[in-house]
Design a protein around this ligand. Structure first.
Ligand SMILES: Cc1cc2nc3c(=O)[nH]c(=O)nc-3n(C[C@H](O)[C@H](O)[C@H](O)COP(=O)(O)OP(=O)(O)OC[C@H]3O[C@@H](n4cnc5c(N)ncnc54)[C@H](O)[C@@H]3O)c2cc1C
Ligand code: SF4
Length: 560
């Protein structure tokens, strides 16, 4: 056994035609379509999918109301094959909440694209588990518990695969008895399907300047609980969205509440990460939301059975980076294909996987490797994903610019005009301006927010809720949350911004504690991390980088 990492043996390498990082809808759709094409054309094609969760679906968190447009194309007979999309949307409700009441917006006022008829309420995690089975049946090799930690390149700089992280390194940075060397997984093409704010995607976007000339990517944090409610409170097929209270007019976001399955209600709250007040806690806003007079009744007498959080991409059309680089592509939310007003991205994740697979298959069949797959980018920018995203591209900037009441109204008008005569509406594309971390204001401009104490029935403290995420990390490993400059963290994150990490993290990972010498020390409870990536997005100085922990670590979502 080597004593230091410098003395480690070389890594073993495995070769495939296509390496896919991430078993979400985007990665699995890519894998399935590749194998379908190989079977149709009688080609041999090896495809591997790496997934950092302990199993497929363990790290998937979504709403989810699923538009089946992508699935219809990928597996047209998904119903016959038993896909877990069982609850069809029956009723759509939009509420504007005030502190003590609500206004229901008439459905006829909503732009048609907001209509959820024909969509399904389901657990995206369960759908991914099923997609994983379909992929395995087609011969895809899926390795859960393997986190891709490093991008591999050849001498020309082209991406030639990824390496999984070493396992069994102690907190002190030294190999333990359980040490296992990471493996190099090489391919002709590498597909980055890590979802929102992927760690390898971030590196690749920076290295190949894929975001040059594009608007910055924007994000929200989505915090979700899954409830089992009393049968008399359950309205199968009900989809309800709200905006307004408890957020103020300048803070974007809103709730979702979906009734499905056996008395299940998926309830969640999204806060746009361009919020200004560093004292704001998205987690506490979510807890407050559940106490609203129009909301609480659903949950009384029920029980919360799961909890989690995940960042969601919100930049839309104008923030899509260049999708191709030498040796690979970005698919799904690694690129950011969420339609923000519809709060939907899984359909575009699947469609992007299909487009990527078709471009990759053609290239491999032509004997190519490690070059740029421009056909994939063309397919995205001229196909259904573009049509879906272009017509809503101004909704988020209007909301940010004019606040919730006016911004949502202007956004709705823009969508209506675009529906009646495509390409009308504002007629041009609004900019987002700055990335979310730069939106955070200094603490001196704001007052602390006094949030109510949890009652343990309808509202919960963060750590109790984290215990419902199934999160588990090997504790004796180097922290996967890397702080570049601790002095800056103290002087600025705490000194100027009053420590917002303690409030934006939905898992209580960050704390400023007494250092025993009259000062403060930044404590990182990395074992609680639910991999939402919010710190990587919102840290005001971009001083925290999220990296992959040992494979299998993180949440174990049952069906989120
Ligand atoms: C709160 C919330 C509500 C939403 N509601 C809806 C909705 O109602 N309808 C809808 O259509 N969409 C919704 N979305 C958006 C939707 O979830 C995403 O668009 C979709 O999940 C993107 O799919 P993906 O495959 O790109 O990424 P993901 O679903 O995030 O999957 C990425 C996978 O890659 C794995 N991974 C990441 N990095 C690595 C690595 N380095 N090594 C190995 N594995 C890795 C992850 O563990 C994960 O399993 C919602 C999102 C959120 C957060
Ligand atoms: S540490 Fe970062 S990624 Fe982990 S739960 Fe907290 S905010 Fe999310």
């Amino acid at each position: 056994m080597a004593d230091t990492l410098a003395e480690l043996p070389p890594r073993e390498a495995m070769e495939f035609d296509v390496v896919i990082v991430g078993a979400g809808p985007a990665g699995l759709a890519t894998a399935i379509r590749l194998k379908q094409l190989a079977a149709e054309r009688g080609h041999e094609l090896s495809v591997v999918v790496l997934e950092k969760g302990s199993e497929v679906g363990a790290h998937i968190l979504s709403g989810a109301v699923i538009d089946p447009v992508g699935l219809n194309r990928l597996i047209p007979d998904w119903k016959a094959k038993g896909a877990p999309l069982e609850t069809e949307v029956a009723d759509d409700r939009f509420l504007y909440l005030g502190p003590a009441g609500q206004i229901r917006l008439p459905n006829f006022l909503m732009p048609p694209l907001m209509n959820n008829h024909g969509n399904y309420i389901a657990s995206l995690g369960s759908l991914c588990r099923w997609l994983g089975e379909q992929a395995t049946e087609l011969g895809v090799e899926i390795y859960p518990g393997f986190a891709a930690a490093e991008v591999l390149s050849d001498d020309s700089g082209a991406v030639i695969g990824v390496a999984t992280g070493d396992m069994g390194i102690g907190k002190d940075g030294k190999p333990k008895d359980s040490f296992t060397r990471g493996v190099e997984i090489k391919g002709r093409y590498t597909v980055i399907a890590e979802g929102a704010r992927g760690s390898l995607a971030k590196e690749i976007i920076a290295r190949f300047k894929l975001d040059q000339g594009r608007e910055p990517q924007k994000f929200g944090i989505g915090i979700k609980e899954l409830w089992e409610v009393r049968p008399e409170k359950h309205k199968p097929g009900l989809v309800q969205h709200s905006f307004g209270w408890p957020l103020d007019n300048r803070t974007g976001g809103g709730s979702f509440l979906y009734h499905y399955g056996a008395n299940l209600v998926s309830v969640g709250f999204v806060v746009h990460l361009n919020y200004r007040n560093p004292y704001l806690s998205p987690y506490e806003e979510f807890q407050r939301f559940k106490t609203h007079v129009a909301i609480r009744d659903t949950f009384e007498g029920g029980k919360r059975i799961a909890y989690g959080a995940r960042a969601i991409t919100e930049g839309g059309w104008q923030s899509i980076p260049k999708l191709v680089f030498p040796g690979g592509v970005l698919v799904g939310c690694s690129a950011g294909f969420v339609n923000v007003p519809r709060i939907k991205g899984s359909h575009n994740a699947i469609l992007s996987g299909i487009h990527a697979a078709e471009a990759i298959f053609a290239a491999v069949a032509a004997g190519r490797a490690h070059d740029r797959l421009d056909d994939y980018e063309q397919a995205v920018l001229t196909g259904p994903i573009a049509r879906d995203l272009k017509r809503v591209r101004n909704v988020k900037p209007l909301w940010s610019k004019f606040g919730t009441a006016l911004g949502v109204a202007f956004g709705g008008l823009d969508m209506w005009l675009n529906t009646i005569i495509p390409g009308t509406g504002l007629g041009y594309t609004l900019r987002h301006g700055k990335p979310d971390h730069l939106a955070t204001g200094k603490a001196s401009q704001f007052k602390p927010i006094a949030y109510p104490k949890p009652d343990g029935v309808l509202t919960f403290d963060r750590l109790t809720n984290v215990s419902f995420s199934g999160t588990n990390h090997e504790e004796d490993q180097p922290a996967h949350l890397k702080v570049r400059d601790m002095a800056l963290q103290l002087s600025s994150e705490l000194g100027e911004f009053a420590g917002p990490s303690n409030r934006y993290c939905p898992a209580g990972v960050y704390e400023w504690v007494d250092d025993g010498a009259g000062g403060k020390r930044f404590q990182i409870n990395a074992q609680n991390c639910v991999h939402c990536k919010t710190c990587d997005v919102k840290e005001p100085n971009q001083n925290i980088t999220w990296t992959v922990p040992e494979g299998s670590g993180g949440p174990n979502y049952p069906g989120m």
